[in-house]
Design a protein around this ligand. Sequence first.
Ligand SMILES: Nc1ncnc2c1ncn2[C@@H]1O[C@H](COP(=O)(O)OP(=O)(O)OP(=O)(O)O)[C@@H](O)[C@H]1O
Ligand SMILES: [Mg+2]
Length: 325
Amino acid sequence: MQELAVDVHMLEEFERGLDPRYPERSRIPARVLGYGEISTVFEIHAEGMEGYAFKRLPIFKDRDEIGPYLASYEEYNRILSGEVGISLPPYGHAEFVSDSGRPVFFIIQKQLPASSIGNQAIHVLPDEEVPVLVTMILRELKKVWDFNRQSDGLEVAIDGQISNWSIVDFDAESPHVDEDTRFLYMDTSTPLFRIAGVEQLDPELFLRSAPSFLVWMLRLLFLEDVMTRYYDFRLVAIDLIANFYKEQRAELIPRLVETANDFFAQEAAYLDIEPISEKDIASYYREDRIIWALYLALRKLDRFLHTRLMRKEYPYILPGNIKRK
Ligand SMILES: Nc1ncnc2c1ncn2[C@@H]1O[C@H](COP(=O)(O)OP(=O)(O)OP(=O)(O)O)[C@@H](O)[C@H]1O
Ligand SMILES: [Mg+2]
């Protein structure tokens, strides 16, 4: 596939004028499309940038770290879209070192309509079609585990969250999904895959956005979990359904648990996945919510320490308070 490319100087200019605290006040105006734990997705209002989504990753210590990451990123995209058969939006990347000496990596993707993204679509789809949507996403995910089963020595992970999928040709005015609906998977910035059992992504990259006073603890308590959960279909499905709490559609969860269990018992029977219970979803969500709320609060403290006390640059863009049930 032809890689997307934009004028790197324009991105450098964007970075130069970026206000990480208030991105919309940046010198080159931008609008945040989505916040991640380690990244932020923007649209940038400048000539030549129209129609793209830019995912900014300021996690690298030096330029030498970008090479291996880029290699993993490209390989992951290639495996997912080629061998696994999951469709991706057209993509590319850009990288440079900012004026302050910080290496920055941008993932460039074709911008997809906000209303087509799963977490928005579930608010307009008829309730009885939401289980269809979830079944279709499980079917996409199953491609990964089918691939892993038959490939020798190569194992791929995926984060199946509802907000990572865009529904192709979705019409929010007359919302509908069925067995023919197609999807694009957007969240390719965490290229997790193992060769002969060895993880190819440097796990330390995950810790970069964490406050330095927490790194040792996160390494000890959570890193292993984050690095392995996306290889486990059952956990990925639990995570997908637990999203319905965060999206204020918890009333759908009992039906979706049934949907997933039917899927595991029928289409995916040969993968031998233990059924999920509503309790699994609830306890997973409770834990997840506490962890991320605490983590965000500590990152804000870290930002305060950096910018106010140490008068240093703080490169990460933090979300405001996320509305969660
Ligand atoms: N190509 C795109 N077009 C439109 N919106 C996008 C695009 N890519 C991402 N977004 C928006 O940004 C949100 C976050 O993007 P993405 O899922 O890639 O990262 P994340 O999960 O926030 O990041 P992280 O992996 O750092 O936790 C998406 O849910 C979507 O709303
Ligand atoms: Mg995501």
